[in-house]
Design a binder for this molecule. Structure first.
Ligand SMILES: [Zn+2]
Ligand SMILES: [Zn+2]
Length: 198
C-alpha cells in the first residue's frame, strides 16, 4: 500500500514519552520503534488519538478493541502495552516470535487490520547518534515501516480455562496446558519429566 503523508501534529507529547520511558526502564531505539508503530498504526487504522496531548485521554482498548500481534518480544512491545493498552495480561497482545520487527494491528469495531514491517537499517543510516534516531522515530515523521492493509482475521477472544490439579506436583493447571498420561493429568513440566527419552 502507498504511504500517506505524515502530519506533524501527530508527534508524541514529551510527557507521554517520559512516562513510557519510566514504564520501560530506559530510553532506547527499540522503544522508539514501538512508538513509531503506534503512531503509524493508529494513522493507518484511522483511530482518533491525540498523541500530542500531555496524557492519553481515551485509552484505545479498555476491553480488547485493538489487538496487536508482535513478531518480536523486544523493547517495542512495551510501547504497545503502555500507549495502546494492548497487554499480555488482558490477552490483546500476542507474541508470534519470528525475530522480525513486524507488527499486526487489528481493530474489532471497524474490522480493519494493518501489518507494519520495520526497515531499521535504512533508517539508522541517516542519523548520527541514538538520540537523533529516537527523536526522529517518535516525531511521527518516520517512514521506517512498510504498511500493508490486510484482511481482518483476529485470533479468538481471550478464554477462561478450567483448571485441574496435576497428578504429580498437585499444582492447579489450566486444561489447555494439561497432558494425559494414562489416567493421570500432568502439567507440562511433570509430563516432560515422565516422557523424557534418555
Ligand atoms: Zn529498551
Ligand atoms: Zn506437575
Amino acid at each position: 500500500m502507498n504511504e500517506k503523508a505524515h502530519p506533524k501534529q501527530n508527534i508524541l507529547h514529551e510527557d507521554i514519552w517520559n512516562n513510557l520511558v519510566k514504564f520501560h526502564g530506559h530510553a532506547c531505539p527499540g522503544l522508539a520503534i514501538g512508538v513509531a508503530a503506534c503512531l503509524e498504526a493508529t494513522r493507518a487504522l484511522e483511530l482518533p488519538v491525540e498523541w500530542n496531548e500531555p496524557s492519553i485521554k481515551t485509552p484505545l482498548s479498555l476491553d480488547e478493541e485493538l489487538l496487536c500481534i508482535a513478531e518480536t518480544d523486544a523493547c517495542s512491545v512495551d510501547a504497545f502495552q503502555f500507549l495502546l493498552s494492548c497487554t499480555l495480561g488482558k490477552g490483546n497482545l500476542f507474541l508470534r516470535l519470528r525475530g522480525k520487527h513486524a507488527y499486526t494491528f487489528m481493530h474489532r469495531p471497524t474490522q480493519k487490520a494493518v501489518r507494519l514491517v520495520a526497515n531499521m537499517d535504512k533508517e539508522k543510516a541517516h542519523f548520527k547518534d541514538r538520540e537523533a534516531l529516537i527523536a526522529h522515530l517518535i516525531s511521527g515523521e518516520s517512514s521506517i515501516f512498510t504498511v500493508t492493509h490486510i484482511p481482518y482475521n483476529p485470533p479468538k477472544k481471550a478464554r477462561i480455562f478450567r483448571s485441574y490439579p496435576c497428578s504429580s506436583c498437585q499444582e492447579m493447571t489450566a486444561e489447555s496446558m494439561i497432558r494425559l498420561h494414562g489416567e493421570e493429568k500432568l502439567c507440562l513440566d511433570c509430563y516432560e519429566d515422565f516422557s523424557r527419552i534418555l
